[in-house]
Design a protein around this ligand. Sequence first.
Ligand SMILES: Nc1ncnc2c1ncn2[C@@H]1O[C@H](COP(=O)(O)OP(=O)(O)O)[C@@H](O)[C@H]1O
Ligand SMILES: [Mg+2]
Length: 271
Amino acid sequence: MPTVTPAADRSAMSQAQVSVRDVGKSFASRSGVAVVALEQVSLEIPPGAFISVVGPSGCGKSTLLLAVAGLERPTSGSIWVEGEEVKGPFPRMGIAFQRDSLLEWRTVLDNILLQADLRGRARSSHIERAQHLLHMVGLEPFASHYPRELSGGMRQRVALCRALLHEPTLLLLDEPFGAVDALTREQLNVDVSSICQVSDVTTMLVTHDINEAVFMADRVVVMTSRPGTVAGIVEVDAPKPRSHGFRTDPEFLRAASAVRELLEATGGFTR
Ligand SMILES: Nc1ncnc2c1ncn2[C@@H]1O[C@H](COP(=O)(O)OP(=O)(O)O)[C@@H](O)[C@H]1O
Ligand SMILES: [Mg+2]
């Protein structure tokens, strides 16, 4: 049956930078029983917004992020980025994962420039931007160091610079702070949130950390346990940039407890 999108929906799609519409995703398993990772997930990300997706382990957060990236195909529904249906990797996207995937034999600067190399772009025209990004994350003096000489938090900053080198319009972050210690993680929350704001990049952060989700986001999408679907959306109405003090702000506490309640009500804490 031909699908015709109603005019009202088309205008909603053109306003949102990312539009996830009734997305389902099943994986075949060896036992023959399909694993339903996502079920009827719908969400919209306005241009320039920072959205966190929070939910229990295994609820399909990474699957959703990969589907938005065009690296997994939904089994049902559709995903639209900047008005076009996602059918493969979206070139104006930056992505970073929990494992920083830095190449140990390349210097910090060369790891960032890998983004240009992989895209077949001249590195000479990206060096200035790479240095600017290093300056923004406080790592300018480390440009010629090797990854083994950096702490976990510093490595993640380099991975973020690499993800931002080509000035993406959409940044996808999958638990990028999961492997760093708690204090470094809080500092990265502050720094990355402000870099995203300055870069005016639309960002989708996947995390299982409620405080992190709220601290960084304009909007928190709470997912149910598997099969993951949207349990609810919590708006975080607070100006940016946000400093560490925001963690004790009444709006932060209200939003964090609203996220917690949604998780509790939808089985997010079940063993
Ligand atoms: N490539 C895959 N093949 C088979 N099953 C998968 C694959 N990717 C994810 N899954 C399954 O889908 C579910 C959701 O996984 P995932 O998206 O990684 O969850 P989360 O990121 O929320 O922890 C899990 O049950 C996982 O085992
Ligand atoms: Mg995951």
